[in-house]
Design a binder for this molecule. Structure first.
Ligand code: SAM
Length: 233
């Protein structure tokens, strides 16, 4: 038996590549985007009352990780990429039906558009549903997860002076908290856990319309080297 679902909207997100997106929502409060609803959900009736809600659940498709062959075991980055676990014990992107879920902050709502922050969704992500976060049922003080019992350890992030200057100028142009976004995302240490980065190795990703490049002067520190519009040609 099969069922079909269709997106109620698409995410316009600061994250233009998968690399360096935080592994869960809320880890980068400066990560922002707009959920653009499609017809018929782009009408005022569909979001009436939502202005009374501070956070929403998004159910979405990991559209850039969909696979034909089911995986029963996955290697979560959190366990260093070496140990494997049953897919249902993890929040891995490779999973049955490719469905993701994130609690994000609702900054503003208008017919057809939700402004969100603290997101972990790639630009263009198809969103299947939105549900209001309900603290008295969704927040369980006694809940435990012995696989992921605390936020990932943050790594120090420092800046080249020119890169920081560029980030501040671009933040002004975009009207976005770009310096905070870069610091919050890189503090999650996006490199694969098994990799011991050599200082000469450069890493990069795209946030908004900017290429951000960094390296590891030591394995415990990130230094931002460049924040610039993509080189043309
Ligand atoms: N909070 C969600 C959950 O628990 O279902 C997502 C967790 S998943 C581990 C987070 C990662 O999904 C991000 O680091 C990003 O690389 C990846 N991701 C986000 N949007 C995606 C998309 N549309 N397709 C594929 N991967 C995506």
């Amino acid at each position: 038996m099969s069922y079909s679902v269709s997106p109620i909207g698409f995410m316009r997100s600061c994250f233009k590549e998968k690399f360096a997106i935080p592994r869960q929502p809320q880890l980068a409060p400066a990560a922002r985007g707009v959920l653009e609803l499609v017809a018929p959900y782009d009408r005022a009736e569909a979001v009436e009352g939502l202005e009374q809600v501070s956070h929403v659940w998004l159910l979405f498709l990991f559209h850039q990780a969909l696979e034909e062959t089911p995986r029963l075991k996955v290697r979560p980055p959190r366990l260093g990429g070496n140990a494997s676990l049953g897919v249902f014990a993890t929040r891995a992107t490779h999973r049955p039906n490719g469905i993701g879920q994130s609690v994000v902050k609702l900054e503003r709502v208008e017919p057809g558009r939700l402004w969100l922050s603290g997101i972990d969704l790639l630009d263009g992500t198809p969103v299947l549903d939105i549900k209001p976060y309900v603290p008295y049922v969704d927040s369980l003080a006694q809940a435990q997860n012995r696989i992921a019992d605390a936020p990932p350890r943050a790594i120090a992030v420092e800046w080249d002076a020119a890169a920081l200057g560029a980030a501040r100028r671009e933040a002004e142009r975009l009207g976005e908290p770009l310096v905070e976004l870069i610091e919050q995302c890189l503090a999650q240490d996006p490199r694969p856990a098994y990799q011991n980065p050599l200082p000469e190795r450069r890493y990069g990703t795209r946030l908004w319309d900017l290429d951000v490049r960094w390296h590891y002067p030591t394995p415990e520190r990130i230094r931002v080297l460049e924040v610039a519009p993509p080189a043309s040609g």
